[in-house]
Design a protein around this ligand. Structure first.
Ligand code: C2E
Ligand code: MG
Ligand code: MG
Ligand code: MG
Length: 281
């Protein structure tokens, strides 16, 4: 089928940073200690509206600040956190640190929405919606300015607890993103079962697409699928001006990637946001 063929192409193309990350070995016990010691730091990556280049949101991407080994990427410990029952601890830290940063930027007059990644396991925590609402209230960030990203493969969960969490979060007016959209695992019916607000097109469909005419059709079709589901479209992995321009022509609403900015520590966001307009896109 076309779908299977696209799938094979994507698997071949995806130079996954996660695969590299998995080669870093960490144990559940080390991770448990790191959570207790709060050895994590969120980096933030801006995303921009295609039409006018304005800053719309920043995505929190967690790193483990290991005292000996330096910064460890999330691909090396999020799957372990999920399987070892440690994800709630990490999610709690990421949410708290991210909203605290968002509060500081908002006070400085820089007010992007903030997006945070959640796994299916994190969604099974029935306390998550109320805890998140309490945090939003504590830091004075309206829920509509907080976006929660769930990968396409985690989004098609059949776990009633996870589905209920998603529905409750949406009722509280949090935004819900399908992350890594277009990687082929979900049917439109499965996706329509959850009230998502936007789709983040997977970087394997995006990076370098302007150099490879044979992939433009797949990208265009994926954007169309997202729009048919009533979703805002966001591209991740935009690494060049040519990719940016092509996505703009295809009507993608927002863009994120190294061409715009790399993920950066919270201290740098304010200066970046105030200064970046001087650089032409
Ligand atoms: P994701 O949510 O799809 O995040 C995008 C990943 O692509 C990030 O890697 C980001 O640094 C990288 N990236 C951004 N722009 C570009 C680009 O232009 N080119 C390329 N090649 N890469 C780009 P990172 O930070 O290593 O995160 C990897 C994944 O780990 C994330 O994928 C997300 O699924 C997961 N993750 C990150 N932080 C958290 C977290 O706090 N909680 C959970 N549950 N998962 C997280
Ligand atoms: Mg994400
Ligand atoms: Mg993504
Ligand atoms: Mg991705």
């Amino acid at each position: 089928t076309l779908r299977a063929c696209v799938q094979r192409l994507l698997v071949r193309r995806a130079a996954s940073p996660i695969l590299g990350a998995r080669a870093i070995h960490v144990t559940a016990e080390e991770l448990r200690q790191a959570i207790a010691l709060r050895q994590f730091v969120p980096y933030f990556q801006p995303r921009l509206r295609g039409a006018d280049g304005s800053l719309t949101a920043v995505e929190a991407l967690i790193r483990w600040q290991h005292p000996q080994r330096g910064l460890i990427p999330p691909g090396a410990f999020i799957p372990l956190a999920d399987s070892a029952g440690l994800i709630d601890g990490i999610t709690g830290l990421v949410l708290e640190m991210s909203l605290a940063w968002a509060r500081r930027w908002h006070e400085a007059g820089v007010a992007p929405s903030i997006s945070v990644n959640l796994t299916e396991t994190a969604l099974k925590n029935a306390h998550l919606p109320n805890e998140l609402l309490a945090l939003a209230d504590e830091y004075g960030i309206p829920p509509a300015r907080i976006l929660l990203e769930v990968t396409e493969s985690d989004a098609i969960t059949e776990a009633p607890a996870a589905l209920e969490t998603l529905a409750r979060l949406r009722l509280m007016e949090f935004g819900l993103s399908i992350d890594d959209f277009g990687t082929g695992v979900a049917t439109p019916d499965q996706l329509a079962a959850v009230p998502f607000t936007e789709a983040k097109i997977d970087q394997s469909l995006v990076t370098g697409v302007s150099d490879q005419p044979q992939y433009v059709g797949v990208l265009a079709q994926t954007l169309r699928q997202a729009r048919d589901l009533g979703l805002k479209t966001v591209a991740e992995g935009v690494e060049s001006k040519a990719d940016w321009e092509l996505l703009n022509e295809l009507g993608c609403d927002e863009m994120q990637g190294f061409y715009v900015a790399r993920p950066m520590p919270g201290e740098e966001i304010e200066g970046w946001a105030l200064g970046w307009h001087r650089q032409p896109l």
